[in-house]
Design a binder for this molecule. Sequence first.
Ligand code: NAI
Length: 335
Amino acid sequence: MKTLMFSTQSYERPVFEQAASQFGQEIVFQKSRLDITTTRLAAGYNAVCAFVNDDLSTPVLEALSALDISVVALRCAGFNQVNLETAHQLGIKVVRVPAYSPESVAEYTLAMILTMNRKIHKAWNRVREGNFNLNGLLGFNLHGKTVGLIGMGQIGQATANILNGFGMKVLAFDPGMSDEQLKDAGVESVALSDLYRRSDIVSLHCPLNKATKHIINAEALACMKPGAMLINTSRGALIDTEAVTQSLKSGHLGYLGIDVYEQEGDLFFRDLSEEVIQDDVFQRLLTFPNVVVTGHQGFFTHEALESIAITTLNNINELEKNGYCENEVGKEKMV
Ligand code: NAI
Protein backbone atom coordinates (compact mmCIF):
# COMPACT_ATOMS: atom_id res chain seq x y z
CA MET A 1 0.00 0.00 0.00
CA LYS A 2 1.20 3.53 -0.74
CA THR A 3 0.64 5.87 2.19
CA LEU A 4 0.90 9.66 2.43
CA MET A 5 1.69 10.84 5.93
CA PHE A 6 0.29 14.31 6.74
CA SER A 7 1.55 16.76 9.39
CA THR A 8 4.96 15.06 9.46
CA GLN A 9 7.43 16.48 11.94
CA SER A 10 11.19 16.05 11.47
CA TYR A 11 11.47 13.84 14.57
CA GLU A 12 8.90 11.39 13.16
CA ARG A 13 10.49 10.78 9.80
CA PRO A 14 13.42 8.50 10.71
CA VAL A 15 11.24 6.43 13.06
CA PHE A 16 8.50 5.93 10.46
CA GLU A 17 11.04 5.25 7.68
CA GLN A 18 12.52 2.48 9.82
CA ALA A 19 9.08 0.97 10.59
CA ALA A 20 8.01 1.18 6.92
CA SER A 21 11.11 -0.70 5.76
CA GLN A 22 10.46 -3.33 8.44
CA PHE A 23 6.98 -3.98 6.96
CA GLY A 24 7.96 -3.47 3.31
CA GLN A 25 5.52 -0.56 3.07
CA GLU A 26 5.89 2.61 1.02
CA ILE A 27 5.36 5.83 2.92
CA VAL A 28 5.80 9.40 1.71
CA PHE A 29 6.10 12.33 4.10
CA GLN A 30 4.18 15.57 3.85
CA LYS A 31 4.56 18.50 6.24
CA SER A 32 1.13 19.97 5.47
CA ARG A 33 -1.75 19.42 7.83
CA LEU A 34 -4.63 17.44 6.33
CA ASP A 35 -7.64 19.64 5.66
CA ILE A 36 -9.93 20.39 2.74
CA THR A 37 -7.24 22.49 1.02
CA THR A 38 -4.60 19.74 1.13
CA THR A 39 -6.59 16.57 0.35
CA ARG A 40 -5.53 16.76 -3.33
CA LEU A 41 -1.98 15.86 -2.24
CA ALA A 42 -3.29 12.35 -1.56
CA ALA A 43 -3.93 11.66 -5.28
CA GLY A 44 -2.19 8.44 -6.31
CA TYR A 45 -2.04 7.01 -2.76
CA ASN A 46 -4.14 4.27 -1.15
CA ALA A 47 -3.91 5.40 2.45
CA VAL A 48 -3.34 8.55 4.48
CA CYS A 49 -1.66 8.65 7.86
CA ALA A 50 -3.00 11.40 10.13
CA PHE A 51 -2.35 12.87 13.57
CA VAL A 52 -4.45 14.52 16.29
CA ASN A 53 -5.02 17.90 14.66
CA ASP A 54 -5.58 16.72 11.09
CA ASP A 55 -9.10 17.36 9.84
CA LEU A 56 -11.08 14.23 8.99
CA SER A 57 -14.52 15.79 8.86
CA THR A 58 -17.14 14.79 6.26
CA PRO A 59 -15.96 17.08 3.40
CA VAL A 60 -12.33 15.95 3.82
CA LEU A 61 -13.29 12.26 3.91
CA GLU A 62 -15.49 12.70 0.83
CA ALA A 63 -12.60 14.35 -1.02
CA LEU A 64 -10.23 11.56 0.04
CA SER A 65 -12.72 8.90 -1.04
CA ALA A 66 -13.01 10.55 -4.46
CA LEU A 67 -9.24 10.06 -4.73
CA ASP A 68 -9.66 6.33 -3.91
CA ILE A 69 -8.20 6.57 -0.43
CA SER A 70 -9.49 3.51 1.42
CA VAL A 71 -7.53 3.68 4.67
CA VAL A 72 -7.06 6.38 7.30
CA ALA A 73 -4.25 5.31 9.63
CA LEU A 74 -4.28 7.47 12.75
CA ARG A 75 -0.92 7.60 14.50
CA CYS A 76 -2.58 8.43 17.81
CA ALA A 77 -5.00 6.88 20.30
CA GLY A 78 -7.86 9.39 20.21
CA PHE A 79 -10.13 9.44 17.14
CA ASN A 80 -12.44 12.37 17.96
CA GLN A 81 -11.09 14.22 14.88
CA VAL A 82 -12.69 11.68 12.51
CA ASN A 83 -16.32 11.63 11.43
CA LEU A 84 -16.65 7.86 11.73
CA GLU A 85 -20.18 7.73 10.35
CA THR A 86 -19.02 9.30 7.10
CA ALA A 87 -15.92 7.09 6.98
CA HIS A 88 -18.05 3.94 7.31
CA GLN A 89 -20.55 5.15 4.73
CA LEU A 90 -17.70 5.76 2.29
CA GLY A 91 -16.09 2.41 3.07
CA ILE A 92 -12.93 4.04 4.43
CA LYS A 93 -11.31 1.94 7.13
CA VAL A 94 -10.00 3.91 10.11
CA VAL A 95 -7.26 2.36 12.23
CA ARG A 96 -5.52 3.82 15.26
CA VAL A 97 -2.84 3.13 17.86
CA PRO A 98 -4.96 2.22 20.89
CA ALA A 99 -2.02 1.96 23.24
CA TYR A 100 1.62 2.81 22.76
CA SER A 101 2.98 3.84 26.07
CA PRO A 102 0.43 4.78 28.71
CA GLU A 103 3.38 5.49 31.00
CA SER A 104 4.54 8.30 28.70
CA VAL A 105 1.36 10.31 29.39
CA ALA A 106 1.05 9.16 33.02
CA GLU A 107 4.60 10.28 33.78
CA TYR A 108 3.96 13.57 32.01
CA THR A 109 0.87 14.11 34.18
CA LEU A 110 3.15 13.81 37.21
CA ALA A 111 5.62 16.21 35.62
CA MET A 112 2.82 18.80 35.35
CA ILE A 113 1.62 18.25 38.91
CA LEU A 114 5.12 18.54 40.36
CA THR A 115 6.11 21.50 38.19
CA MET A 116 3.08 23.52 39.23
CA ASN A 117 3.12 22.47 42.86
CA ARG A 118 6.85 23.06 43.45
CA LYS A 119 7.06 25.99 40.95
CA ILE A 120 9.99 24.48 39.05
CA HIS A 121 9.22 26.67 36.01
CA LYS A 122 9.52 29.82 38.12
CA ALA A 123 12.60 28.63 40.00
CA TRP A 124 14.37 27.85 36.73
CA ASN A 125 13.92 31.44 35.51
CA ARG A 126 14.72 32.94 38.89
CA VAL A 127 18.00 31.10 39.39
CA ARG A 128 19.18 32.03 35.90
CA GLU A 129 18.74 35.67 36.89
CA GLY A 130 20.72 35.18 40.09
CA ASN A 131 17.61 35.40 42.28
CA PHE A 132 17.69 32.72 44.96
CA ASN A 133 14.80 34.08 47.00
CA LEU A 134 12.19 31.43 47.88
CA ASN A 135 9.21 33.80 48.18
CA GLY A 136 6.33 32.53 46.03
CA LEU A 137 7.82 29.06 45.55
CA LEU A 138 6.04 27.36 48.47
CA GLY A 139 4.50 24.00 47.53
CA PHE A 140 2.65 21.21 49.33
CA ASN A 141 3.40 17.55 50.03
CA LEU A 142 1.59 15.18 47.69
CA HIS A 143 1.81 12.51 50.38
CA GLY A 144 -1.51 12.26 52.19
CA LYS A 145 -3.41 14.41 49.66
CA THR A 146 -6.37 13.21 47.56
CA VAL A 147 -6.33 13.00 43.77
CA GLY A 148 -9.37 12.28 41.57
CA LEU A 149 -8.90 10.59 38.19
CA ILE A 150 -11.67 10.90 35.61
CA GLY A 151 -11.14 7.88 33.34
CA MET A 152 -9.28 4.78 34.49
CA GLY A 153 -8.23 3.23 31.19
CA GLN A 154 -4.61 2.54 30.39
CA ILE A 155 -3.31 6.04 31.11
CA GLY A 156 -5.54 6.51 34.16
CA GLN A 157 -4.32 3.23 35.64
CA ALA A 158 -0.66 4.01 34.98
CA THR A 159 -1.20 7.43 36.61
CA ALA A 160 -2.94 5.83 39.61
CA ASN A 161 0.02 3.48 40.13
CA ILE A 162 2.45 6.39 40.28
CA LEU A 163 0.21 8.48 42.55
CA ASN A 164 -0.27 5.56 44.93
CA GLY A 165 3.51 5.40 45.10
CA PHE A 166 3.52 9.02 46.29
CA GLY A 167 1.24 8.03 49.17
CA MET A 168 -1.80 9.83 47.79
CA LYS A 169 -5.42 8.77 48.25
CA VAL A 170 -6.58 7.99 44.69
CA LEU A 171 -10.29 8.36 43.81
CA ALA A 172 -11.63 7.49 40.36
CA PHE A 173 -14.74 7.92 38.27
CA ASP A 174 -15.12 5.68 35.23
CA PRO A 175 -18.59 4.57 34.08
CA GLY A 176 -16.97 1.84 31.96
CA MET A 177 -15.51 0.06 34.98
CA SER A 178 -17.12 -1.69 37.94
CA ASP A 179 -16.41 -0.76 41.56
CA GLU A 180 -14.62 -4.10 41.87
CA GLN A 181 -12.36 -3.40 38.88
CA LEU A 182 -11.48 0.02 40.25
CA LYS A 183 -10.75 -1.43 43.67
CA ASP A 184 -8.46 -4.01 42.05
CA ALA A 185 -6.69 -1.14 40.30
CA GLY A 186 -5.91 0.35 43.71
CA VAL A 187 -8.37 3.24 43.65
CA GLU A 188 -11.67 4.13 45.33
CA SER A 189 -14.64 4.26 42.97
CA VAL A 190 -16.67 7.43 43.57
CA ALA A 191 -19.46 9.45 41.92
CA LEU A 192 -18.23 12.41 39.87
CA SER A 193 -19.69 14.92 42.37
CA ASP A 194 -17.80 13.22 45.24
CA LEU A 195 -14.59 13.21 43.20
CA TYR A 196 -14.85 16.98 42.69
CA ARG A 197 -15.77 17.60 46.33
CA ARG A 198 -12.96 15.51 47.85
CA SER A 199 -9.99 15.95 45.48
CA ASP A 200 -7.04 18.30 45.95
CA ILE A 201 -6.02 17.45 42.39
CA VAL A 202 -8.36 16.44 39.53
CA SER A 203 -6.78 14.83 36.44
CA LEU A 204 -8.58 13.96 33.20
CA HIS A 205 -7.89 10.63 31.47
CA CYS A 206 -11.11 9.95 29.55
CA PRO A 207 -11.69 10.16 25.80
CA LEU A 208 -13.45 13.10 24.18
CA ASN A 209 -16.99 12.22 23.15
CA LYS A 210 -20.48 13.69 23.42
CA ALA A 211 -20.73 12.75 27.09
CA THR A 212 -17.36 14.17 28.07
CA LYS A 213 -17.23 17.39 26.02
CA HIS A 214 -16.87 20.26 28.55
CA ILE A 215 -17.14 17.78 31.43
CA ILE A 216 -15.21 20.49 33.29
CA ASN A 217 -17.68 23.37 33.12
CA ALA A 218 -18.71 26.13 35.56
CA GLU A 219 -20.84 23.69 37.56
CA ALA A 220 -18.05 21.12 37.93
CA LEU A 221 -15.54 23.83 38.89
CA ALA A 222 -17.91 25.18 41.56
CA CYS A 223 -18.02 21.68 43.13
CA MET A 224 -14.20 21.51 43.39
CA LYS A 225 -12.30 22.43 46.52
CA PRO A 226 -11.10 26.05 46.64
CA GLY A 227 -7.47 26.02 45.53
CA ALA A 228 -7.76 22.66 43.71
CA MET A 229 -5.39 21.74 40.90
CA LEU A 230 -6.81 20.68 37.51
CA ILE A 231 -4.72 18.70 35.00
CA ASN A 232 -5.70 17.88 31.43
CA THR A 233 -3.41 15.67 29.36
CA SER A 234 -6.29 14.08 27.40
CA ARG A 235 -8.18 16.31 24.98
CA GLY A 236 -8.70 20.08 25.08
CA ALA A 237 -12.47 20.08 24.66
CA LEU A 238 -12.94 18.17 27.92
CA ILE A 239 -12.55 21.62 29.48
CA ASP A 240 -14.74 24.68 28.92
CA THR A 241 -11.84 27.14 28.73
CA GLU A 242 -13.98 30.24 29.41
CA ALA A 243 -15.36 28.65 32.60
CA VAL A 244 -11.86 27.67 33.74
CA THR A 245 -10.60 31.20 33.05
CA GLN A 246 -13.39 32.66 35.19
CA SER A 247 -12.61 30.22 37.99
CA LEU A 248 -8.90 31.13 37.86
CA LYS A 249 -9.76 34.85 37.87
CA SER A 250 -11.99 34.46 40.94
CA GLY A 251 -9.21 32.54 42.71
CA HIS A 252 -11.35 29.42 43.16
CA LEU A 253 -9.29 27.14 40.91
CA GLY A 254 -5.80 27.09 42.39
CA TYR A 255 -3.74 25.64 39.53
CA LEU A 256 -4.29 24.61 35.93
CA GLY A 257 -1.94 22.35 33.97
CA ILE A 258 -2.90 21.61 30.38
CA ASP A 259 -1.08 19.77 27.62
CA VAL A 260 -4.10 20.04 25.33
CA TYR A 261 -6.37 22.93 24.37
CA GLU A 262 -9.75 23.00 22.62
CA GLN A 263 -8.53 25.16 19.73
CA GLU A 264 -5.01 23.69 19.64
CA GLY A 265 -5.37 22.76 15.97
CA ASP A 266 -4.55 26.38 15.06
CA LEU A 267 -1.47 26.50 17.32
CA PHE A 268 0.23 23.31 18.40
CA PHE A 269 3.08 21.43 16.67
CA ARG A 270 4.19 24.63 14.90
CA ASP A 271 6.71 27.40 15.56
CA LEU A 272 4.61 30.57 15.83
CA SER A 273 7.25 32.54 17.72
CA GLU A 274 7.44 35.20 14.99
CA GLU A 275 3.67 35.60 14.70
CA VAL A 276 0.95 37.42 16.63
CA ILE A 277 -1.30 34.77 18.16
CA GLN A 278 -4.91 35.71 17.52
CA ASP A 279 -6.55 33.44 20.08
CA ASP A 280 -7.30 35.80 23.01
CA VAL A 281 -8.75 33.02 25.17
CA PHE A 282 -5.49 31.08 24.90
CA GLN A 283 -3.36 34.19 25.44
CA ARG A 284 -5.33 35.05 28.60
CA LEU A 285 -4.52 31.61 30.03
CA LEU A 286 -0.80 32.29 29.62
CA THR A 287 -1.04 35.40 31.83
CA PHE A 288 -1.92 33.46 35.01
CA PRO A 289 0.99 32.71 37.34
CA ASN A 290 -0.65 29.43 38.39
CA VAL A 291 -1.15 28.02 34.89
CA VAL A 292 1.25 25.82 32.92
CA VAL A 293 0.48 25.13 29.27
CA THR A 294 2.43 22.76 27.02
CA GLY A 295 1.82 21.88 23.38
CA HIS A 296 0.54 18.27 23.38
CA GLN A 297 3.80 16.58 24.34
CA GLY A 298 2.47 14.07 26.87
CA PHE A 299 3.10 11.16 24.48
CA PHE A 300 6.51 12.40 23.39
CA THR A 301 9.08 9.84 24.50
CA HIS A 302 11.44 7.64 22.43
CA GLU A 303 9.56 4.55 23.51
CA ALA A 304 6.15 5.94 22.60
CA LEU A 305 7.29 7.27 19.20
CA GLU A 306 8.77 3.91 18.18
CA SER A 307 5.71 2.03 19.36
CA ILE A 308 3.41 4.45 17.46
CA ALA A 309 5.36 3.98 14.22
CA ILE A 310 5.45 0.18 14.45
CA THR A 311 1.75 -0.16 15.32
CA THR A 312 0.73 2.29 12.56
CA LEU A 313 2.71 0.44 9.88
CA ASN A 314 1.53 -2.91 11.21
CA ASN A 315 -2.10 -1.68 11.02
CA ILE A 316 -1.65 -0.65 7.36
CA ASN A 317 0.14 -3.92 6.59
CA GLU A 318 -2.62 -6.04 8.18
CA LEU A 319 -5.33 -4.23 6.24
CA GLU A 320 -3.42 -4.77 3.01
CA LYS A 321 -2.64 -8.43 3.65
CA ASN A 322 -5.81 -9.60 5.45
CA GLY A 323 -8.38 -6.85 4.84
CA TYR A 324 -8.79 -6.86 8.60
CA CYS A 325 -7.05 -5.12 11.50
CA GLU A 326 -7.84 -5.44 15.17
CA ASN A 327 -7.09 -1.75 15.68
CA GLU A 328 -9.89 -0.65 13.36
CA VAL A 329 -11.99 1.99 15.11
CA GLY A 330 -15.56 0.89 15.88
CA LYS A 331 -18.72 2.63 14.84
CA GLU A 332 -19.10 4.78 17.96
CA LYS A 333 -20.21 8.26 17.04
CA MET A 334 -17.77 10.84 18.36
CA VAL A 335 -18.13 14.62 18.45
P1 NAI B 1 -8.52 4.15 27.31
O1 NAI B 1 -9.51 3.90 26.24
O2 NAI B 1 -7.61 3.05 27.76
O3 NAI B 1 -9.30 4.66 28.61
C1 NAI B 1 -10.30 5.64 28.62
C2 NAI B 1 -11.16 5.38 29.84
O4 NAI B 1 -12.09 6.45 29.95
C3 NAI B 1 -11.97 4.06 29.75
O5 NAI B 1 -11.75 3.25 30.87
C4 NAI B 1 -13.42 4.55 29.67
O6 NAI B 1 -14.33 3.68 30.33
C5 NAI B 1 -13.31 5.89 30.41
N1 NAI B 1 -14.42 6.78 30.15
C6 NAI B 1 -15.23 6.85 29.06
N2 NAI B 1 -16.18 7.79 29.24
C7 NAI B 1 -15.96 8.33 30.47
C8 NAI B 1 -16.61 9.33 31.22
N3 NAI B 1 -17.71 9.96 30.76
N4 NAI B 1 -16.12 9.64 32.44
C9 NAI B 1 -15.04 9.00 32.94
N5 NAI B 1 -14.39 8.01 32.27
C10 NAI B 1 -14.85 7.70 31.05
O7 NAI B 1 -7.70 5.43 26.87
P2 NAI B 1 -6.24 5.88 27.33
O8 NAI B 1 -5.21 5.20 26.49
O9 NAI B 1 -6.14 5.77 28.80
O10 NAI B 1 -6.25 7.43 26.90
C11 NAI B 1 -7.10 8.37 27.52
C12 NAI B 1 -7.09 9.65 26.70
O11 NAI B 1 -5.80 10.25 26.78
C13 NAI B 1 -7.29 9.41 25.19
O12 NAI B 1 -8.65 9.39 24.85
C14 NAI B 1 -6.62 10.60 24.57
O13 NAI B 1 -7.58 11.61 24.39
C15 NAI B 1 -5.63 11.06 25.61
N6 NAI B 1 -4.22 10.95 25.17
C16 NAI B 1 -3.42 12.08 25.24
C17 NAI B 1 -2.10 12.05 24.84
C18 NAI B 1 -1.18 13.23 24.95
O14 NAI B 1 -0.12 13.24 24.30
N7 NAI B 1 -1.47 14.25 25.72
C19 NAI B 1 -1.54 10.80 24.30
C20 NAI B 1 -2.44 9.66 24.32
C21 NAI B 1 -3.73 9.77 24.72
